[in-house]
Design a protein around this ligand. Sequence first.
Ligand code: BGC
Length: 727
Amino acid sequence: MPEHPASLNSLKQSLVNPLLEQMTLPEKIGQMCQVNGAGGWVPEDLAEAVRNGQVGSVINEVDAETVASLQKIAVEESRLGIPLLIGRDVIHGFKTIFPIPLGQAASWNPELVEQAAGIAAIEAACAGINWTFSPMIDISRDPRWGRIAESFGEDPHLTSELGTAMVRGYQDNGIGACAKHFAGYGASQSGRDYFTTEIPENELRNVYLEPFRAVAKAGVASFMTGFNDLNGVPASGNEFLLQQVLREEWQYPGMVVSDWESISQLTTHGFTADDREAAFEALNAGVDMEMVSRTYADHLASLLEEGRLSIAKIDAMVANILLTKARLGLFDQTFTASVSEGGKQELALEQARQLAAQSCVLLKNNGQCLPLRPQQLKSLAVIGQLADDGYEQLGTWIFDGDERLSETPLQSIRAHLDGVAEVRYAKALETSRSQDQSGFDDAVSVVEQAQAAVLFLGEESILSGEAHCRADLDLPGCQAALVERLSRIGKPLILVVMAGRPLTLAPVLEQVDAVLYAWHPGSMAGPAISDLLFGLQSPSGKLPVTFPKVVGQIPIFYNHKHGGRPPSPETVVHIDEIPVRAKQTSLGMSAFHLDAGYQPQFPFGFGLSYTRFDYRHLSLSHTEITADQSLTIEVELENSGDVAAEEVSQLYVRDLVGSVTRPVKELKGFQRNRLLPGDVKTLQFTLTPEDLAFYDRKQQRLVEPGRFQIWVGGDSDAELTAEFELK
Ligand code: BGC
């Protein structure tokens, strides 16, 4: 897909401009409208609208034959023959389902994420889809928000790397990507979806906008505006975001689509009085295409007639849409029922298995109770509905996912232990939300007869994703009571959590021996988890988001500011230890909670392995650099355990003094390496001045001279550190 300004210019000259010159106003407005498909057939009114050039895009039509007929009408029967954008939410796979994006982020593996998006693109293209509403790159610091499942977590750098990888995966395989939701949607107050967001401009630029800047630079075909009200101006009518930042500062040449009815919702926000004003504000701000609501179709012509809008503005927006269609090669395609060759199912499943395995994060492993050793295992208990539910393991946003491809953990564990050990299964609970404990006795008896038990608990997929937010992040229903009951038996308990978000695990953590966090792993949950449980692979996932101990700690994220009274182990006091009538200033006096301290349950970047990795000999190429110089950082990594494994090594930086206060740590690089037992590898990271730049008080992006501290290690609590100065 051409991205270079020169090739875009030549597409404009040769294709877009000549077409624009021939278009009537209704045809122009038609291009700006996206309509909802009927789902498997072409109703006459839709056919007529396409024929008359009143539709630029159709969403949610995934039947290859139907799409082909729609395209034929657009290309052969409409006056100008402009093909349609066929949009669909292909979020973490099409037929073959990969882990939810938050799980993919835990792999810290851009290559696998890119390949997965490529497979999704090929499968989706077979159904005539040429545009997906992905990647979702909203920075998500609040696990109550259901849409954290769709995100890459809390960090701008990780999100930028994985977001651009996903864009490449889609766009190099024939479908356009869409960066969403521009912008700030992840900061919904109290983690309630669609709710208000208030983000100071400096934080907006340094944190929330960074991944969008990265994908704009990488040539993402389109942007989607958010549902949220950002600092008093809803994102779908936000001129600052869409004009100043996106078009003027970033020079973005792609197209902007609204979210579902988010233009007509400008009125619901109380930002506009009616649909007509909503159309005016959205257009004025720079939303090129309206998703599903009809304010553009109904009001643009009369707004133009009144002189409130200019035809030049409309032409520029239609040009963005036509250019996108041209970049995607739609004008060169012949539309038949199968627009591209089908994917190779086995290969797709193998990729899904790899990504799912690398997404799982080992959070606890007492006494090396994992991996399980089949030779020493006569019987294993498997407990929980999520152990054997091919649908729930897929997670949110799987409109086209094929459940028949699913292999469940129970199936894979049975296959692995076939002829070696006995596997007994008890569902225990009907759903993750169930309060009915009548299945507990059965589960107890199954665990009593086994040497160890693997418990599959967590959340069904409906508990995360759009509109599915939670205020309590403990295991839902009576799952904690089940853990408590089973822990009394005294057998090793291994907890596998399938969930769309970080859960507060404190209530069950002490009662289990091991915890493997699997998110919603997708079609190949079974083989991936079973490989890890039985040690065919070592867990290598790392958390893309901080896990709180209790909900009251939220927001809690690793890249926070330092504050004027930072806490330390010396300043923290627990509520149970406060002396009676302690004087007001006699203890504490730093930033922590009396009942939760200041540390999370698990820090960002954390994840255990079956082996041990040691970091040492951190060295810098320079102790001083200038603003046009790069710094090379080297560190030795040793696999000092006895298992071959992959390690995700992370580089963090702190700008010690800034004209605006800077985060205590920021991820600036990461790499995944496989090391055999005893292997020692020298890792190299490069820090460029660009990596050290940030937006200052005047919202200018620059590099400020001063001292910087760096850390390299296996998580954001890395201790190996050095300093350098930028002159
Ligand atoms: C979501 C978007 C999605 C769109 C189209 C909206 O409700 O917010 O993320 O792409 O629907 O399905």
